[in-house]
Design a protein around this ligand. Sequence first.
Ligand code: ATP
Ligand code: MG
Length: 275
Amino acid sequence: MSAQTSAEASAQPLLEVSEAVVSYRVKGKGRFVAVRGVDLVVRPGEIVGIVGESGCGKSSLARALVGINGLAGGSIRFLGENVTPLPIRRRPGKLVPLQMVFQDPYASLNPRRRIVRQLEEVWNAAARARGADRSAEARTRAVADVLERVGLDPVLKDRYPHALSGGQRQRIAIAKALLAEPRVIVADEPISALDASSQKHVGELLRRLVDELQIGMVIISHDLAVVATIADRTAVMRAGKFVEQGETEQIWTAPRDPYTLQLLSAVPDLVGREG
Ligand SMILES: Nc1ncnc2c1ncn2[C@@H]1O[C@H](COP(=O)(O)OP(=O)(O)OP(=O)(O)O)[C@@H](O)[C@H]1O
Ligand SMILES: [Mg+2]
């Protein structure tokens, strides 16, 4: 869909993370450092997977990437500009194309409003930030288009969140992110809560969106199989650091770090998977 060639794509990172440190103040114990100096680059058309066990700092990093968590050190640049944490209402318009999809889609949906209203609201805010046409017609078209893009029956838009399946809700969460016309989506465990068949479909959807829209995506998961199937590159995180980062294929077939090997050996059905 995009006219961008792979040569151009490789020349222009969308997101550049350098030596990022995230720490929390813990009562009576000083500071706990959850992310200890992480480097990461995300380019158009690319999915970067981050894997690692529970508590290793994945969500802390994800929140820092989109400017929800502040940094205690290092830098995060989105389209060449520093990502500085600000309350959602004061978030500058230029950060609108940097979107997050949360693990629990319920958390980002209002239970008392119909899906269509919530989608329209996001579209309005994004169109305002872009200074784009905000007519009712344009809005209706944008909502219809995004539902088609994420593979949802348009009748579902008139429902409330509780009347959707987990997979449908996750598609709505993805639709919300897409309405902001993102350049980068950071998805924290976007499919872990789904059953096996929805996992496969939502995983394929994310891959297709990245390819078609040439956006960049960071997918965080404790499920190695998910990342192995859809990520171009994978970073393995342990205790706040990346112990290894590279092409997914290389990480899976020839891991360099003993910890990666240990993670992989816990997923026997990945061994010998087709390439
Ligand atoms: N607000 C906070 N205050 C203090 N410590 C925190 C805070 N949020 C997270 N932590 C700690 O930081 C570490 C990393 O947490 P984080 O949520 O980033 O892990 P995670 O890799 O996303 O884990 P999971 O796979 O279980 O979601 C954990 O030890 C956690 O207890
Ligand atoms: Mg987490």
